[in-house]
Design a protein around this ligand. Structure first.
Ligand SMILES: Cc1cc2nc3c(=O)[nH]c(=O)nc-3n(C[C@H](O)[C@H](O)[C@H](O)COP(=O)(O)O)c2cc1C
Length: 179
């Protein structure tokens, strides 16, 4: 059993994938970890469109490269579009009063964190990608027009096992204790 701290350090954005395919049961384990994420009013406003079919995957990969980056997505054996439901089911009153808080953005971020950490635990690598035109991805994958694709995840085996150090702000830059 790996410790959560180890998995957190192991999870990193992978931009070089091996061609080895990912077993469907391993993809499902990651999706199930995402499914168990918390969400506002337990609204679970997420959908996952898993793409392994080569032609569709190549088209999706091209849509991720519109600003020149994400070329590595071509080699990833799995691409997963994470979309947000048009009308997340929040408790009466919550949506009207606090819609400005965009709870679903937060919910989807947590689900993606669960997914990527589960993948890391399983020896898989991921990269979260955000540079694409939502409407193009929705059209390609037949995702309902009113939904919003928040991210596309690359999933696969990394081409090497090197773990990079984390480049992060120090705790004293981001934390205030009010004791
Ligand atoms: C919402 C979001 C969008 C991102 N979009 C991209 C992207 O389009 N391409 C990419 O290579 N990395 C993308 N990243 C990965 C970040 O660059 C990466 O998480 C950050 O630099 C920290 O590095 P690490 O993930 O290796 O720890 C994205 C991450 C997030 C959370």
């Amino acid at each position: 059993m790996q410790k959560l701290d180890e998995i957190i350090l192991k999870r990193q954005s992978c931009r070089s994938y091996d061609t080895k395919p990912v077993a469907k049961e391993d993809i499902i384990k990651c999706l199930d970890a995402a499914r168990l994420a918390p969400s506002a009013c337990n609204s679970q406003p997420w959908k996952f469109t898993v793409v392994t079919e080569p032609e569709t995957k190549a088209k999706l990969s091209a849509l991720l490269q519109i600003v020149g980056g994400n070329k590595f997505a071509d080699a990833a054996p799995v691409l997963i579009a994470v979309s947000e439901d048009e009308c997340p089911k929040l408790m009466p009153g919550v949506l009207e009063r606090w819609s400005c808080k965009h709870f679903a953005h937060c919910d989807i971020g947590i689900a993606i964190a669960h997914f990527t950490l589960k993948a890391a635990e399983s020896g898989l690598a991921t990269c979260i990608m955000g540079t694409f035109e939502d409407c193009d991805v929705k059209e390609l994958l037949d995702i309902p027009k009113g939904d919003t694709v928040r991210a596309v995840l690359a999933l696969g085996y990394p081409s090497d096992d090197k773990i990079r150090g984390k480049n992060r702000k120090e705790l004293d830059e981001i934390v205030r204790f009010i004791d």
